[in-house]
Design a protein around this ligand. Structure first.
Ligand code: SF4
Length: 219
């Protein structure tokens, strides 16, 4: 984490310059849809989720409809997303809680979102940022966690601890889209296998560049 405080400002400036419209790649039209899409996106690509959700949202357009959903029917629709039994359980459980405790409206605070079954901080952060334009934390998924470690912004593996490190480093005004910036960079240049350090505009600020590409140390 050496120098992380000094590097974080330039890192964010360069990420923002390269990815000026960084936002979730999940298709959604309201907070309920981004909640459901985020639950489906666990261990699944955004592209695949985006192929499932139009039909899903047509069949179940409200929290009430999802709360009343036949479990097997819902499982059939979301099956291509993988882990479909658990995901169906989470979606129906969250929808029931939204109907019973929040008048059918997805709540807009971290504390309340964490009361929904199947919703942890990562999902809550995405719903708050994408659905309500609010930041109470920084969403840390697999990609954001990997980037945070490679960029020397955290040494932790546990997403909650990575988030704590990032919240201490990143200015609050940047919390809203920091996850989306990291995820875009992961897709573009820094995937889990074979990061493209020689082409990367962050290589001068990234302590991992020389580890992946030793020839960069001499350049
Ligand atoms: Fe990833 Fe390499 Fe860029 Fe660092 S320099 S962010 S490891 S691609």
């Amino acid at each position: 984490m050496e120098g992380a405080r000094r590097r974080i400002g330039p890192i964010i400036r360069l990420l923002r310059k390269r990815y000026p419209r960084a936002r979730t790649a999940l298709a959604f039209g309201n907070p309920l849809e981004i909640l459901v899409a985020t639950i489906l996106a666990a261990q699944c690509t955004d592209e695949r989720v985006n192929r499932i959700t139009p039909g899903l949202f047509r069949a179940y357009p409200t929290a009430e409809a999802l709360a009343r959903a036949d479990r097997e029917e819902l499982e059939g629709i979301i099956r291509p997303a993988g882990f479909f039994r658990n995901k169906a359980k989470s979606i129906i459980g969250a929808a029931r809680r939204i109907v019973d405790s929040y008048d059918g409206v997805v709540p807009d605070s971290m504390t309340e979102l964490l009361t929904l079954p199947g919703v942890a901080r990562k999902t809550a952060n995405i719903v708050l940022a994408a659905g309500y334009g609010k930041a109470e934390g920084i969403a840390v998924d697999t990609h954001a966690g990997r980037l945070a470690r490679r960029l020397g912004l955290s040494r932790e593996n546990d997403p909650v601890k990575v988030e704590r490190d990032l919240m201490a480093l990143v200015a609050k005004k940047d919390w809203l889209d920091f996850n989306f910036l990291l995820v875009e960079h992961g897709r573009a240049l820094c995937p889990s296998r074979k990061p493209k350090c020689p082409e990367c505009f962050l290589r001068g600020l990234c302590p991992s560049a020389a580890a992946f590409h030793p020839e960069l140390e001499a350049s």
